[in-house]
Write a protein that binds this ligand. Sequence first.
Ligand code: AMP
Length: 403
Amino acid sequence: MSFQNFNLHPSIMAGVEAAGYTTPTPIQMQAIPPIMQGRDIIGIAQTGTGKTAVFLLPAMHRLLQLPRGKIGALIISPTRELAEQTCEAIDELGKKTGLKSIAIYGGVGMDQQVRRLRSGVEIAVACPGRLLDHIWKGTIDLSHLDILVIDEADRMFDMGFLPDIKSILKCVMERRQTLLFSATMPADIRRLVKDTLRNPVTVQIGQSAPADTVSHAVYPVKQHLKTSLLIEFLRRNETDSVLVFTRTKRRADRVAMQLERAGFHVAQIHGDLAQNRRQAALDSFRSGSVKILVATDIAARGIDVLSISHVINYDMPDSVDAYTHRIGRTGRVEQKGIALTLVTHEDASLIRDIENVLNAPLERITLEGFNYLTPAPVVTGRPLPNRSNGRRPFRNGVASGRK
Ligand code: AMP
């Protein structure tokens, strides 16, 4: 793939050439096309991956079609250094576009910034605190905003800017494209993403991204054999801390109980538990006194345990993003993590979507010696509901794995 494939405006292509970029970096290849289509993006990438050009090139392309002298792109940066660096990249890549930018940060007088804003700029690169000063004083007009970029979101949150970011989001146009970049995806950011971005595409690059440090595998199995398979897996494999996700609170209850019965020491969290019980469960998991935690998605928000060795999706999550978020809890900070998902034939289409995002097939594993043919218990009384949800059957069938 080359930069020609992105159909960028010729004046931007001139900047790309002048900067000496010949081949797009992996994150540029993955993220620029959906951004050009107007999609919201979560870019899990560190500095050094070429992420600045990921948002600058499509943003500048868009701005060339919008009225001049109005701020159409706002980039929120954690530090003045990064804001300055981003403005330098705009100067370099946008040299031939005539687009004007401003770096906005505190510690310097407001007057000069106000004068520059009045003279008419198209791109503002701003640190949260000083940006809010301008918003409250009415010295910045964001009513023409088309693209919002939240850069290095995790650093911003580490620095305590979350309340400022939320205030800024309330003051900008709702109808806009939002791009969020972060090297890691802690719970606060996942929450912000959920509240702010619309149907975002996730792109992951770099060392701490789950794609690199997490090995993914799926275990095809029939619904009624999931717990037996899970128990067998836990018996056979060495695990450290294991986070098991279920779809519903009732299933979390049931799985936790079945694991206890099988001799495992288990904690569980879900929305029906009182806050003190949830906290106690989390504390015991964090301290390592309990090694297995069964959780629903919602209850598991905020779990950031660095030593989670295995994320086990007892039930398939609802979407690719939910999958990414769940497995993002393992493989953090260059530790190797394992994500495995028990899948039934109903999960086939979502598996394909995940494989598309990962750009790699998920390994199918069959547990040797496990009796996949054990029949479902006969249920008397009410007939079981038809669980078909329209997903296509699993490509390789239940017994198709490798190992
Ligand atoms: P960033 O991750 O955005 O801070 O970029 C890191 C460095 O890579 C910067 O010096 C960029 O100018 C440079 N860079 C970005 N994209 C490319 C590319 N496609 N080819 C060569 N250098 C690039």
